[in-house]
Design a binder for this molecule. Structure first.
Ligand SMILES: Cc1ncc(COP(=O)(O)O)c(C=O)c1O
Length: 359
């Protein structure tokens, strides 16, 4: 880690912040490339979203602080929940932050998995939590249910995991989640369902019944709206009232909620995209098999391939051809994560990969 630099006469930050490794966000210049590196929607959002942003946003509207009630009604109906059972968040990232801020104090234990989405650790570290990590078994990367159950003790304050998980693509059944919820009944449990639409497994139906369950969804992935930064954090309505207390009142902007309302009016767009990705995922896996590259079977819109010592070489060579994929070797040795887009995009990727791999 780089040595700490303070301005002359500057004040040291909190020890929790001081000891954190800096997080490196994606580099710029991705727009003109085939972006198979961040699990985004590779064809973009529904045209209805763009239309709504063009026609429904006025100067008057931009001058006032956002109002959420109409959008909440619409989004609640889409997710089949009552509006009292969720908060809008500035992406899943803010959902994780609000969840941690509401429940986790300095020094309390948060159980999470590794490798997983970096922001669970990030916000837990900022809060000064003690982090207990359970490893996905390498190379199969199946959800380590027994190990997670064993890691949960009376000391555990929160458990956070993604279903399906990024970057492994592996998921856990609702029965497995029930076991975790029961074992962690004295703790809060957050299930991040950023890739739900590709897996079809959800715990959202259980929030009314299970008092320690929190589920988040995002508009960043299948809806193709990562730039808008909109997520939803669901729980029992009594918990949601507490989450509201710990959340900034206007963290979600008016453009995001306008866009979301348009997006949910076009469910066919999402269904078509999911069907395309699932077909493309088969194509990708078959293509990897033909090249002799092993991979982790995925229930998300991405696949983690084992490239061994050639991981970085493959990533760099593909980048040279305008195709971005994500090296994950720093947390999963020899692994590169490839986002699945359309079949056409997958064919282009496979054609380039074949050249690189057989060189
Ligand atoms: C598991 C998981 N959750 C959440 C996110 C990010 O979601 P958002 O854009 O809503 O903050 C990602 C993005 O890669 C992810 O992989």
């Amino acid at each position: 880690m780089k040595a700490l630099k303070l301005p002359k006469g500057g004040i040291k930050p909190r020890p929790a912040v001081l000891s954190m490794a800096p997080y490196s966000p994606p580099t710029g210049g991705r727009l003109d490339k085939l972006r198979l590196d961040f699990n985004e929607n590779t064809v973009g959002c529904s045209p209805r979203v763009i239309e709504a942003l063009k026609t429904q946003i006025s100067a008057g509207q931009l001058a006032v602080y956002p109002e959420y009630s109409q959008a909440k009604e619409a989004v609640a109906a889409y997710f089949h929940v009552k509006p009292e059972r969720f908060v809008f968040t500035n992406g899943t990232d803010e959902a994780i932050q609000v969840f941690v801020n509401t429940y986790v104090d300095d020094g309390q234990e948060v159980v999470m998995l590794k490798p997983s989405y970096a922001m669970y650790r990030f916000y837990s570290e900022v809060a000064g939590a003690r982090i207990k990590e359970v490893a996905y078994p390498y190379p199969a990367m199946e959800f380590p249910l027994q190990e997670v159950l064993d890691a949960i003790t009376p000391e555990t304050r929160a458990v956070i995991f993604a279903n399906p998980n990024n970057p492994t693509g592996t998921g856990i059944s609702l029965l497995g989640i029930e076991r975790i919820l029961h074992r962690a009944r004295k703790a809060v449990v957050m299930v991040d369902e950023a890739y739900y639409e590709f897996s079809g497994v959800t715990a959202l139906t259980e929030i009314e019944r299970v008092p320690n369950l929190f589920v988040c969804r995002t508009f960043s992935k299948v809806f193709g709206m990562a730039a808008m930064r909109l997520g939803c954090l669901f729980s029992h309505e009594a918990n949601v009232a507490l989450l509201h207390k710990a959340q900034s009142p206007y963290s979600v902007n008016s453009l995001a909620v306008t866009a979301a309302q348009a997006a949910i009016q076009d469910p066919a767009y999402v269904e078509t995209y999911v069907a395309e990705v699932l077909a493309a995922r088969e194509l990708l896996c078959f293509g990897l098999e033909k090249l002799g590259i092993t991979y982790v079977p995925s229930s998300g819109n991405f696949v983690l391939g084992h490239f061994g010592k050639r991981a970085l070489e493959v990533r760099d060579a593909l980048r040279g051809e305008g195709i971005l994929v994500r090296d994950r070797s720093y947390e999963a040795p020899g692994c590169v994560r490839i986002t699945v887009g359309t079949r056409e995009q997958t064919r282009r990727l496979l054609a380039e990969l074949e050249k690189v791999w057989n060189q």
